[in-house]
Design a binder for this molecule. Structure first.
Ligand code: NI
Length: 184
């Protein structure tokens, strides 16, 4: 089932997600729906917060190359896009970053902030620990775009958006632009 996505500046995006105590059928259905929603919207990541489910669950599927990623960003703004291919679906329950190294600036977008992209600086190497959809613990070392995406989604679970890292002036401009667009 494709779930509706909350859009910036919706206050519900500021909710801190709760720890998942049991990975049961309800969680597994949520994960399945989140993947379906993410693929339908040409996303590379989606946090439960964005579909108004305030549990520490996030899904990621990273394109293999930078070109594929740029194509995805373009497709997202084009109504007549084709469904993106599935690459490496990853699901994280109760994710925690155990190590962080280096810095990298990258252009980010977000399904909750449509039609807007901006450069954000984040760690370019991370080690993350989480549960998978079966409730098993796993650790993952990620670099580059995957590391950035995981940090972006993890922020959602804390109620943080990538636009929060921009200057006050840029945030005000985005807010104005968003208001104009939603008021038609
Ligand atoms: Ni996002």
């Amino acid at each position: 089932m494709i779930l509706p996505i909350l859009n910036y500046p919706d206050k519900r995006l500021r909710t801190k997600a709760k720890h998942v105590n049991v990975v049961d059928e309800t969680i597994q259905t949520l994960i399945k729906d989140m993947f379906e929603t993410m693929y339908a919207k040409d996303g590379i990541g989606l946090a439960a917060t964005q579909v108004d489910q305030h549990l520490q669950v996030m899904v990621v599927d990273m394109p293999d190359s930078q070109d594929d990623y740029q194509l995805l960003l373009k497709n997202r703004q084009d109504e007549s896009h084709k469904q993106p291919p599935k690459h490496h679906p990853l699901c994280f329950i109760n994710p925690k970053i155990k190590e962080k190294n280096g810095q990298e600036k990258h252009t980010e977008g977000c399904l909750s902030v449509p039609y807007f992209q901006a450069e954000v600086q984040r760690a370019n190497h991370i080690k993350v620990e989480a549960l998978n959809e079966k409730g098993e613990v796993f650790t993952l070392q990620a670099t580059g775009l995957l590391a950035i995406c995981i940090q972006h989604e993890l922020d959602h679970l804390k109620g943080i958006l990538f636009v929060d890292y921009l200057s006050k002036l840029k945030q005000e401009r985005l807010l104005e632009k968003t208001k104009k667009m939603t008021n038609g």
